[in-house]
Design a protein around this ligand. Structure first.
Ligand SMILES: Cc1cc2nc3c(=O)[nH]c(=O)nc-3n(C[C@H](O)[C@H](O)[C@H](O)COP(=O)(O)OP(=O)(O)OC[C@H]3O[C@@H](n4cnc5c(N)ncnc54)[C@H](O)[C@@H]3O)c2cc1C
Length: 341
């Protein structure tokens, strides 16, 4: 059985199968709605049901509250249709057809970039080209139906391997292994590319790139893609970390700034020690953006990192800096639903 799904803005009419999450039906029809974790945890896909009824699906109780439901809100990554529906998303874009694949891969390189950050490079089968948009992520597929999300850290020009920047979560099911037993030539499986966080190339608005910790990975993908394509769109990277070690590839960002007039780099530390001998910006990274750019009305923002940074920057940029809602793109580094207490 299937239902008619009308998506605003744009009045797109598509079919959605019973039991099919609304985001999946949209992607199948070549439409991209905002989404990130696909687990009902991060809230990036939250939107309005204008008419019809849904099954809300499995979701975090704080991500979609009873008050949200009473207001007509739902999470489109886990909601399924129980009737014909009209829904409103933050933005809708048409996407060309990049297939989401499940692929095996082999660990090619494990490099500790900071005490708690591993750069993991995996090699794809020689017969497979892996196409994706700069900024997207993959899910490692683990035994017991578990999956763990990590953003791709290289530009899409590289198609035979994938770079990931993995922060160690002590006691974490997957990242503990990455930091202890994983070795070169190990075989992993992943699904991708995923996510609506990617560079919008149809705009020439200046860009603010906001990264927290390993949120630098998808930002690196975007900048490397911009360099490879010869773009000159102004981009300013604000990269926040607790201490100097957390800016684990700052030399690369400094080099981009030297090589490209259109690129600026603002590192910001929040909990540095005297040994860091830090003379740069301090405090919360998104507040540094507000200080420098109190009017973001003509900008696009691409933000990636811890959920608290995403929530605060989205709220403050829109309420204080006049950033239009549909010009804010983010991946919130939430945990997998199967790791929630
Ligand atoms: C779209 C997306 C992209 C992501 N990209 C990246 C990336 O590029 N790099 C990266 O380092 N992470 C990224 N993450 C976050 C990463 O997927 C999680 O941290 C993951 O759950 C860690 O897996 P694990 O099996 O080691 O820990 P789990 O077994 O999932 O968790 C173990 C325990 O630690 C808690 N926990 C899990 N993660 C964190 C955390 N980040 N901070 C504090 N407590 C935590 C859990 O609640 C649980 O209690 C991304 C997440 C999403 C949704």
């Amino acid at each position: 059985m299937s239902f008619k799904l009308t998506i605003l803005p744009g009045d797109h009419e598509i079919e959605v199968a019973e039991d099919q999450p609304l985001v999946d039906a949209a992607i199948e029809s070549g439409l991209m709605l905002p989404y990130s974790c696909r687990d009902g945890v991060c809230g990036a896909c939250k939107g309005k049901i204008l008419s019809g009824t849904v099954d809300y699906g499995r979701h975090g109780p704080d991500t979609l509250t009873d008050a949200d439901k009473a207001e007509g809100l739902a999470l489109f990554c886990c909601a399924t249709a129980k009737s014909d529906l009209v829904i409103e998303a933050r933005n809708v874009s048409r996407v060309d057809d990049i297939p989401i694949k499940k692929l095996p891969c082999r660990v090619q390189k494990l490099e500790k970039a900071a005490p708690d950050v591993m750069i993991l490079e995996v090699k794809l089968p020689a017969t497979e080209k892996f196409a994706f948009r700069a900024g997207q992520y993959i899910d490692f597929l683990l035994p017991g139906d578990k999956r763990r999300s990590f953003s791709i850290g290289n530009g899409p020009e590289v198609q035979d391997s994938v770079e990931l920047h993995i922060r160690h979560v002590p006691g974490g099911h997957f990242t503990d292994k990455v930091f202890t037993t994983m070795k070169e030539r190990d075989i992993l499986r992943f699904e991708g590319p995923l996510g609506s966080f990617f560079l919008r190339e149809d705009s020439d608005a200046p860009i603010v790139l906001l990264a927290g910790g390993t949120g630098f990975a998808p930002i690196k993908s975007i900048v490397e893609h911009a360099i490879a394509k010869g773009m000159t769109r102004p981009m300013t990277l604000y990269w926040g970390a607790r201490d100097r070690a957390g800016l684990y590839l700052s030399a690369l960002a400094e080099q981009w700034e030297k090589d490209h007039e259109w690129f600026k780099f603002v590192p910001v530390l929040s909990d540095m020690t005297p040994e860091d001998e830090w003379k740069g910006r301090t405090g919360l990274v998104h507040l540094a953006v507000i200080e420098d750019l109190p009017d973001l009305s003509g900008h696009q923002v691409y933000a990636c990192g811890a959920p608290a940074m995403i929530e605060a920057s989205m709220a403050d940029f829109m309420s204080q800096c006049r950033l239009p809602e549909d010009q804010y793109f983010a991946d919130s580094f939430t945990f997998s639903a199967d790791s929630q207490p």
